[in-house]
Ligand binder design. Sequence first.
Ligand code: SAM
Ligand code: DTB
Ligand code: SF4
Length: 344
Amino acid sequence: MTVSTQTPLVRHAVPTTPQNWTVDAVADLFDIPFNDLLYRAQQVHRANFPEGEIELATLLSIKTGGCPEDCAYCPQAARYHTGIEAGKLVPLAEVVAAAQAAKQNGATRFCMGAAWREPKGRDIEKVQAMVSAVKSLGLETCATLGMLTDEQAVQLKESGLDYYNHNLDTAPEYYGKIITTRVYQDRLDTLGHVRRAGLKVCCGGIVGMGESREQRAGLIAQLANLDPYPESVPINHLVQVAGTPLQGTEPLDPLEFVRTIAVARITMPQARVRLSAGRRELGEAVQTLCFLAGANSIFYGDKLLTTGNPEAEADRDLLAKLGLKTIAERAAANCMECDARTGS
Ligand code: SAM
Ligand code: DTB
Ligand code: SF4
């Protein structure tokens, strides 16, 4: 089979020139009339992703619950009574089986998440084995394990890790309202270690935590001004979980979530903007607006880490209804076109 020489479908390069978005400039984008904002976001999206393919990333919780941190949104924090039992690191064979199933179902990226503040040395060795095994299946690998040292980031890179997910979660000035067991600079430090190790960065946040529009703009400005900005930007809609301090927060207007996606697309034109947690609650119509606003990645599979996600079949139906192709489908179609051209 001849390999397609067309533009690569899985984009990795983001511009190396630092951006300098002020919070005011980002807030001005949020203020644009809705249709104009979506039009502008769609123009940026088409210019950067002409094939419009959607990435399917499957999540697996490799170590659930019992986390010592106090993130007010998180069902896995040991101190909140959310009914999540603390588990052990899952065996390698289980991770491999889940990754195989994800690939079979059409995912191209596999993300392993652990409810740790930071991994210990022996944890890293076990995760390295998982990363190598998942990578050898031909999947892109991602892990989210909490804070990393420089050395741990290098170890993960050496085992075949492609992306490290570490979210800034909210604006610097709102962070202390959500988490007190670490500071914003801790997050930025880990992101620096991840970059220096040559890993690609997956970094985003959560909206709907009671923050103001200006604070949403503040989060996006922080992300867009990372040098370079992240290759992947997960935008999570808060999943309110009983027992967490954020349960009962005034729900965000769904159109404000769509605006956040549009602003992320405009400020980080070449990033994969992932429509992340909270899709079940958003429903098909709002998700469709998010795709129009430039989202081009979803978490795919019936479960996120501990909470629900739309059924994989429902997602396939929605994408088919919208005529949106996944990365795997696009790659297969391009291969066939290429074969037809070369007669192989
Ligand atoms: N412990 C590691 C950390 O905090 O970086 C990795 C796992 S943690 C669960 C990964 C991310 O999940 C968080 O940064 C947050 O953005 C997201 N998350 C957790 N609970 C959520 C919720 N209830 N709703 C939306 N996103 C959530
Ligand atoms: C991200 O930004 N969102 C994912 C992933 N990175 C690890 C996690 C969402 C978790 C939602 C709550 C749960 O299922 O526990
Ligand atoms: Fe722990 Fe991560 Fe949950 Fe915070 S978000 S409580 S660090 S698992």
